[in-house]
Design a protein. Structure first.
Length: 282
């Protein structure tokens, strides 16, 4: 069975645009323009993945997601407005595997879909290799005119927090990776990383981190005592087969060290020369 994706988006032009791009990638696509229709279709069919806009007439996307989770769990990627932080948090808590912020570049959406299929859609595994091969094509189109900007400013709104919200396997130590569940916290000495509140404190004092820094720290903490390569960190933090240099990881590590190690006189993040980084429990 091929990959079958339900696109739920009330902006019909955007829905059609996404449909065309997905079909071009070889996916089967169906569309729904409101929440009620989406729920009916999702109940009646077996979709591999659902792209679900939050702002919908009738039932909103979060309600659709909650009902689906109860009755027919299907991996969902949410489409959210740029500043709807609460929507993202509620969406991930309600079981969405990822979200993407509008306006987005189509190749980012395609990359998120590939990751979601790989991590969350068992049925899609046989299509996996095909889709990965296509990744190069998708990426080489980045600067072409296939960016949907919905009448707003064009550009990619990559938001690190969502990219790996459903952390999954990436090779070296997938067995140790836990999915975040509401209520989950990680601690290291006096440092506490509170996943549901998206908050980090040291001795009770809050440390301001960007989404990517937070994600990086969370990834290291949930893999305590395991050395993570730059490639692995990059995939977790950037959420997909990032085409840039892995030294972007060193930059985030440096920011974290400034905000935590230097600020509190500790040595939390250790460099393993030639390999990567690790946080050790002791
Ligand atoms: Ca909408």
């Amino acid at each position: 069975m091929g990959v079958k994706i339900l696109v739920v988006e009330d902006e019909e032009k955007l829905a059609r645009f996404i449909e065309l791009e997905l079909r071009h990638e070889g996916y089967e696509v169906e569309k729904a323009f409101d929440g009620r229709a989406a729920l009916d279709m999702a109940m009646a069919n077996d979709y591999t993945l659902i792209l679900l806009d939050i702002m919908l007439p009738g039932l909103n996307g979060l309600e659709v997601l909650r009902r689906l989770q109860m009755d027919k769990p299907t991996p969902v990627i949410l489409l959210t407005a740029r500043d709807a932080v609460m929507d993202k948090v509620s969406g991930l808590d309600a079981g969405a595997v990822d979200y993407i912020t509008k306006p987005f570049a189509i190749e980012e959406l395609l990359a998120r879909i590939r990751v979601a299929l790989k991590l969350h859609c068992k049925d899609a595994s046989e299509n996996d290799s095909n889709n990965v091969v296509n990744a190069d094509n998708a990426n080489s189109d980045i600067n072409s005119n296939n960016t949907y900007s919905g009448g707003m400013s064009a550009g990619t709104a990559i938001d690190g927090a969502g990219a790996t919200a459903g952390v999954g396997s990436t090779g070296i130590n997938s067995n140790h990776v836990k999915r975040s569940v509401p209520g989950e916290t990680y601690t290291w000495k006096a440092l506490v990383l509170d996943v549901p509140r998206h908050k980090v404190t040291y001795n009770g004092k809050e440390i301001e981190l960007t989404n990517r820094e937070f994600l990086m720290l969370k990834t290291l903490l949930e893999n305590m005592d395991i050395v993570l390569s730059r490639d692995t960190l990059l995939e977790r933090v950037c959420g997909y087969e990032y085409v840039g240099e892995t030294n972007v990881i060193d930059v985030y590590i440096r920011y974290l060290r400034t905000k935590i190690d230097e600020a509190y006189g500790v040595k939390m993040i250790q460099t393993v020369r030639g390999v990567g980084y690790v946080i050790k429990a002791n």
